[in-house]
Write a protein that binds this ligand. Structure first.
Ligand code: MF3
Ligand code: CO
Ligand code: CO
Length: 310
């Protein structure tokens, strides 16, 4: 657990305290998960809503004009729901409360919260606090001032998914965490900036890894961006590090997510026994930002923005 740290060593976290007297004493633990929230029958459901298993089918990498129009709408709705959830982040608010907000905000827009029963996932959103890299399950733990929490919203509407996330600071946090969040946001923007028709997907991870590694941050390799459409997760895979094997050439009409996870310490993940929650192996904090993007003739169009955003 304390990989790379000797007993008595000063922690890397910037507190100046010995490991075990600092953040490590406050490592996150699984909380209580509330019963599954129901989706009314009026909401069109994805194929896995009842069974938990998405049907195996292939979708073309380059989307039709009709599907692109629907992906724009799903993306905008996901962005609205994320903004609504983020506005509720505050000390004392539980991640289960954020789950309720996301669930209701989706239904209010005629959308199904895509995570719900996706491969058996029990909740309507992922909430990843502090050292959780991704796929944190909302529970009864109240957020504390100084925490960072990623809220990852995916909406299914008009037969397609829109997927976006952001890391929020709860109240105010320490300098190291603030810089981590800022760095991770820059990594997403650089990844989007690397989207260019005619170029290989590996350009995206190269831009992200170059920026993060130069400043001493870790880049998570086990979780990647993904194609998206009628399927939540589809080809292509979009690594956030330089992978020379990511040779798929970007073409106008492709739609995929970019969602870098950046860490203060080791990027190596450990999985909690719940089978979902991925934490850093050393307990160091991790941040993430995600957008769903469309490859255009000139670069990228971000689909997961609200009308108010530029
Ligand atoms: N939204 C996540 C992503 O960005 C996937 C969550 S899968 C779930 O790909 F089942 F945990 F919801
Ligand atoms: Co995603
Ligand atoms: Co997501």
């Amino acid at each position: 657990m304390t990989e790379g740290l000797r007993a008595g060593a000063v922690c890397w976290c910037g507190s100046g305290r010995r490991y075990g007297r600092c953040h490590a004493a406050q490592l996150l633990r699984p909380g209580r998960v509330s019963p599954r929230r129901p989706a009314p029958e009026a909401i069109p459901l994805p194929d896995y809503a009842a069974s938990g298993t998405p049907g195996a089918r292939n979708e073309p990498l380059v989307k039709s004009a009709d599907m692109i129009a629907r992906l724009r709408r799903a993306g905008r709705i996901a962005a609205e729901v994320l903004a609504e959830a983020a506005s509720h982040v505050a000390p004392g608010v539980t991640t289960d409360e954020l789950d309720r907000v996301v669930h209701e905000a989706c239904l209010a827009r005629g959308a199904y919260p895509s995570p719900l029963n996706y491969r058996g996932y029990p909740k309507s959103v992922c909430t990843s606090v502090n050292e959780v890299i991704c796929h944190g399950i909302p529970d009864d733990r109240p957020l504390r001032g100084g925490d960072i929490v990623n809220v990852d919203v995916t909406c299914f509407v008009d037969g397609v998914h829109g997927d976006t996330n952001a890391t929020c600071v709860v109240g105010t946090t320490n300098e190291a965490a603030r810089r981590l969040v800022q760095m991770t946001h820059e990594c997403l923007q650089l990844g989007i900036g690397a989207v260019q028709p005619g170029r290989p997907l590996s350009d995206i991870g190269r831009a992200i890894e170059r920026h993060a590694a130069a400043a001493g941050y870790g880049v998570v390799r086990e979780f990647v961006g993904h194609g998206i459409g009628g399927l939540f997760h589809a080809a292509p895979i979009v690594p956030h590090y330089f992978d020379p094997g990511a040779t798929t050439v970007m073409r106008p009409g492709m739609v995929f997510t970019i969602e870098p996870m950046i860490t203060l310490g080791t990027p190596r993940p450990l999985l909690w026994p719940n089978g979902w929650t991925a934490v850093t192996a050393d307990g160091g904090w991790s941040a993430q930002f995600e957008h769903t993007v469309l490859v255009t003739g000139a670069g990228a169009e971000v689909l997961t923005e609200t009308d108010g955003e530029e």
